[in-house]
Ligand binder design. Structure first.
Ligand code: R5P
Length: 292
């Protein structure tokens, strides 16, 4: 392990230069992966735009029936055509989502906490890779708690899932967790995203922050922005726009879609930013028109 005291302080992220190892594949850091990995990644990131709109509705794994997700069986049929990837638990998929869709699946495979606990950082691997294969998962999602009590356990979870997933050519999505006391700064996100990528994850989900473009540049796999708490629609679209402008290859939004009065229109508006280069203003105008 390097001597921390000897670290040079200034960084150069070469923001003006594109990622240099993409080869002829559209997903960052995936040029040297095999056919099966690339197929799964193409189910997540559009080969046309390189980007993705994920819909996160896995909240129930530690929050129970969150407002807006009380009846997944009623929500999903109207929404599924408006997103690219379902980020979900296996319980939600098997019980409430008909399997006749052509979308990607990011399957949550770590869990172990509930919102009535003070510390949420200690998780286990809850889903075998074989069950993920049975579900046709295109990515396995693991929560990672850098700097928290559960850091070691979560890095162990991530590493075990990556080792299993590589045996079957399934990508892994590392999710940067932020606890109540954890900072949401570029310094923290640069640390967490890079650790997750270096451990072998193929996609990293993290929150937006100042200097987000530097977080993206320093991470050798695609970053998908996590949505976070419900914002007014205009602000949520600005957040999505800023993330894509900063180099994110997609957004994974939950509450900012399912807690709006018009989830499908909101997902469409986000898709205009992610895939069609709409500005936040254009996307908001599109949303307002769509809900008239
Ligand atoms: C992440 O830890 C959760 O499992 C959700 O996937 C995530 O919080 C995204 O949902 P939201 O946009 O509501 O924060």
């Amino acid at each position: 392990m390097a001597d921390l005291d000897g670290n040079k302080i200034e960084h150069n992220y070469h923001l003006e230069k594109a990622f240099a190892c993409n080869g002829n594949f559209h997903v960052k850091g995936a040029a040297n992966l095999d056919w099966g990995m690339k197929k799964h990644l193409s189910n997540i990131f559009s080969p046309k735009t390189g980007n993705t709109v994920m819909f996160a509705f896995d909240h129930g794994y530690f929050m129970g029936s969150v407002s807006g997700l009380e009846r997944l069986d009623l929500l999903m049929p109207g929404l599924i055509d408006h997103i690219d990837v379902l980020m979900a638990t296996r319980g939600a998929l098997r019980t409430c989502v008909k399997p006749n869709f052509r979308k990607g699946v990011a399957l949550r495979v770590s869990s172990g906490s509930s919102m009535i606990q003070e510390d949420l950082s200690e998780e286990v691997i809850a889903v075998d890779v074989e069950d993920a294969i049975r579900l046709g998962a295109d990515a396995l999602a693991v929560q990672v708690f850098i700097g928290a009590k559960g850091q070691l356990a979560s890095i162990d979870n991530l590493s075990k899932v990556i080792n299993a997933a590589y045996r079957y050519s399934i990508p892994v999505l590392g999710v940067v967790a932020v606890g109540k006391d954890m900072e949401r700064t570029d310094k923290y996100f640069k640390l967490a995203t890079r650790i997750i990528a270096e451990l072998g994850a193929n996609i990293v989900k993290t929150y937006y922050c100042d200097k987000f473009d530097e977080v993206v540049a320093a991470c050798p796999v695609p970053i998908v922005m996590a949505g976070g708490k419900k914002l007014p629609e205009k602000e949520a679209l600005e957040l999505a726009f800023n993330a894509i402008a900063g180099g994110a290859r997609g957004v994974d939004m939950g509450r900012n879609i399912f807690q709006t009065a018009h989830p499908a229109a909101m997902a469409d508006a986000i898709g205009k930013i992610v895939h069609r280069k709409y500005t936040a203003k254009e996307a908001y105008e599109y949303y307002c028109e769509a809900i008239k």
